[in-house]
Design a protein around this ligand. Structure first.
Ligand code: NAD
Ligand code: DAU
Length: 339
């Protein structure tokens, strides 16, 4: 592959993916299409500013005219759609932007990719499309889709469009579904970066409900390696799940963060539960391991320590984000329940 087009590359996973890909493939060029919402931060890729193999286009994926202009500007070998509204709590406050970007944006990209005969389209999806697990079992690629939040409903709708374009037009799509990512450059509204940044300022951390919900944590670079493998080795029309084989309750994770940061448990604040809060996610990634030769490499011990070190040494990055729009969201989401 010579040129790939990545959407949402100024966000958490997209920026890690672009940097990894350019390092791994010296002949590869990348076009990054990003609208720069509150979550899109060009600072995440500041080191690539003068790289001749990297081009940034500030474009909304719902803008058909602009998307077609960018698609027509180079011979593109693959489109990878990372762009999305990605935070469940924000989708509960207002589902509007989720419906627009995650569904209409995906349709716009699929149409443009078909029109320009792009040979491969990869949709970056989530394990949340499968809904919630009870105490046992795992999500496989065959698990019925049963989204529970406006965010996951919008991601599921996008997955169904991708599936329909394969079946109706034989358009060459691949879908990946991953569990909870953590690592550098994650926006501090998600549990791990929010709690690290609150704790490093001796602020309380808001644990929803009793903290008994379970997530399956994967380092962002393991996810990015999985996407790269699916792009190059995946079978058209297929879905591939990625997970970290690392299930943890939120309260166990919170206590681990407190311990690693040397903070007292008095900073834990139990707050009202997230409405419709999915109990447990856990991924069976046997298909990706067998077909793509992929497996998660990070141990959680190593990944979480590196992540804490990264946030502590990037306090300026966090500080710039935790102002303006962020403060407004924080007040709306958590009110004055935290000190
Ligand atoms: P993020 O919120 O950090 O980044 C999203 C990026 O998309 C931002 O740069 C934003 O500016 C851009 N964007 C949003 N709307 C856009 C639009 N209309 N046009 C162009 N760009 C737009 O998200 P993330 O955590 O990096 O997630 C990336 C993708 O991976 C999403 O599709 C998400 O559903 C999926 N995913 C995330 C996780 C996770 O744990 N974070 C796990 C599985 C799947
Ligand atoms: O599973 C993949 C999904 O993981 C992705 O598709 C989403 O884009 C990504 O945001 C993430 O969704 P979650 O809702 O699981 O992540 P979040 O970090 O928001 O929450 C993780 C868990 O922690 C969840 O059970 C809710 C809880 N939580 C979260 C926040 C922000 C709290 O207890 N307190 C909080 O303040």
């Amino acid at each position: 592959m010579q040129t790939i087009l990545v959407t949402g590359g100024c966000g958490f996973i997209g920026s890690n993916f672009i940097r990894m890909e350019l390092e791994k493939y010296p002949e590869l060029s990348i076009i990054n299409v990003d609208k720069l919402t509150y979550a899109g931060n060009p600072e995440n890729l500041a080191d690539l500013k003068d790289n001749p193999r990297y081009r940034f286009e500030k474009v909304d994926i719902c803008d058909r005219i602009e998307i077609e202009r960018v698609f027509g500007s180079a011979r593109i070998d693959a489109v990878l759609n990372f762009a999305a509204e990605s935070h469940v709590d924000r989708s509960i406050l207002d589902s509007g932007p989720f419906i627009t970007t995650n569904i209409i944006g995906t349709q716009t990209l699929l149409d443009a990719a078909r029109k320009f005969n792009i040979p491969r389209y990869l949709q970056v999806s989530t394990d949340e499309v499968y809904g919630s697990l009870g105490d046992t079992g795992f999500f496989t690629e065959e698990t019925p889709l049963a989204p529970n939040s406006p965010y996951s409903a919008s991601k599921t709708s996008a997955d169904l469009l991708v599936r329909a374009y394969y079946h109706t037009y034989h358009f060459p799509v691949i879908t990946t579904r991953c569990s909870n990512n953590y690592g550098p450059y994650q926006f501090p509204e998600k549990l791990i970066p929010l709690f690290i940044s609150n704790l490093s300022n001796n602020q309380q951390v808001p644990v929803y409900g009793q903290g008994t919900n379970i997530r399956d944590w994967i380092h962002v670079l393991d996810h990015c390696r999985g996407i790269d493998a699916a792009l190059r080795k995946g079978r058209v029309g297929e879905v591939y799940n990625f997970g970290g084989r690392c299930e943890m309750t939120n309260i166990a994770l919170t206590k681990l963060l407190l311990k690693l940061l040397g903070k007292p448990e008095s900073l834990i604040r139990y707050v009202a539960d997230r409405p419709g809060h999915d109990l447990r996610y856990a991924i069976d990634c046997a298909k990706a391991e067998k077909e793509l030769g992929w497996t998660p490499e990070y141990t959680f011990d190593r990944g979480i320590q590196e992540t804490i070190d990264w946030y502590l040494s990037h306090q300026d990055w966090v500080g710039r984000i935790r102002s303006g729009e962020y403060m407004k969201y924080y007040a709306e989401q958590y009110g004055n329940r935290l000190s």
